[in-house]
Unconditional design. Structure first.
Length: 150
């Protein structure tokens, strides 16, 4: 069986507006969203009484989508837990950007910062992890030279 494509990734958040704004600042565009509830969603996610608000965001070229999800019911009782980059499980998403330093400067002006340092990988990519709202980790990757270039 051939996998046709990755459709989207879901990100559960508490502050839907702040998280959506963070991704808009990175260049994502709103694709849609709204409230979701009912027996069908209860059965899909394995919880009772689900009532969520969703914002779908996508990259400008449409190649990547995130489903930002705020659970109103049942609510998470533990809250955000900003885990370290080595914790098992889905830990970050990577976004190709054109001007990493300018983007990081803009995010820092809004109170976000890098997890570690901005570093170049083999003169090909400039990379960093940024800690977003609620502990989310986003890797920014700027291609600074063609791969295989000498």
């Amino acid at each position: 069986m051939e996998l046709p494509r990755l459709d989207h990734m879901g990100v559960v958040v508490d502050d839907l507006d702040a998280t959506a704004a963070f991704f808009f600042d990175l260049g994502f565009e709103r694709e849609g969203g709204g409230p979701v509830e009912g027996e069908w969603v209860d059965e899909v996610v394995g919880l009772d009484g689900v009532r969520v608000e969703i914002v779908m965001v996508r990259t400008p070229d449409g190649s990547g989508k995130l489903e930002l999800i705020k659970f109103h019911e049942p609510a998470d009782t533990e809250g955000a837990n900003p885990l370290p980059a080595n914790r098992l499980g889905f830990r970050h998403i990577a976004i190709a950007v054109d001007d990493l330093n300018t983007i990081v400067d803009g995010l820092r002006a809004k109170g976000f910062d890098t997890v570690g340092e901005i570093r170049d990988f083999e003169d090909t990519y400039r990379l960093c992890y940024v800690r977003g709202p609620e502990g989310l980790i986003v890797e920014l990757a700027e291609q600074i030279a063609s791969e295989g270039a000498s």
